[in-house]
Design a protein around this ligand. Structure first.
Ligand SMILES: [Zn+2]
Length: 173
């Protein structure tokens, strides 16, 4: 379940073009959070006091669209933004920048174990980042199929897994 953090860097554009062309058949088309008219309100359904993801969560890369989480598994949480970008690696164009750590942002919270996911990849614990609320090292979450990330984070050994709502693709059907 671990992947090399170096795979979070971007391969040459031509390589992804070729991969997309060969694997885009019969795959759902991921929609971004920003493409929904009412934003996050279009993406949640309430169950008791909690709100859950109404759509399957996908890798946001068109042509990959690997299913990351089934609908109804992630809880919507407004919480402190976390800088999950390794400082020496620029964000992928498909991954919107997250607000600064002093602001809040929207997350899908998944508990209590990685078994809740359909597919997810983890980086090794990140040494250079200690910006989680408790100051523990972070593991970054990425698409298990194409390594696009970081899509979210968890603390090393933790039981909470956080996906940035703005970085996930949504299955709209
Ligand atoms: Zn992917």
């Amino acid at each position: 379940m671990s992947s090399n953090p170096q795979s979070l860097s971007q391969p040459p554009a031509g390589l992804w073009g070729a991969l997309q062309a060969s694997s885009s058949r019969n795959r759902p088309k991921p929609r971004s959070l920003a493409s929904f008219e009412n934003g996050i309100s279009d993406l949640i359904e309430a169950d008791g006091a909690e709100t859950f993801n109404k759509h399957d969560l996908l890798c946001p890369r068109e042509g990959c669209a690997s299913i990351i989480l089934k609908k109804g598994v992630g809880k919507l949480k407004e919480g402190q933004s976390i800088q999950i970008e390794p400082q020496d690696i620029p964000a992928h164009p498909l991954l919107p920048a997250l607000p600064s750590s002093s602001e809040s942002t929207q997350w899908w919270l998944i508990t209590p174990s990685p078994m809740q996911f359909e597919n997810i990849g983890f980086s090794r614990p990140v040494q250079s980042l200690s910006l989680s609320p408790s100051g523990n090292k972070l593991k970054l979450l990425a698409c298990a199929e194409c390594d696009l990330g970081p899509l979210g984070w968890s603390e090393e050994g933790g039981s909470e897994f956080w996906l940035a709502c703005s970085r996930i693709g949504y299955r709209d059907e």
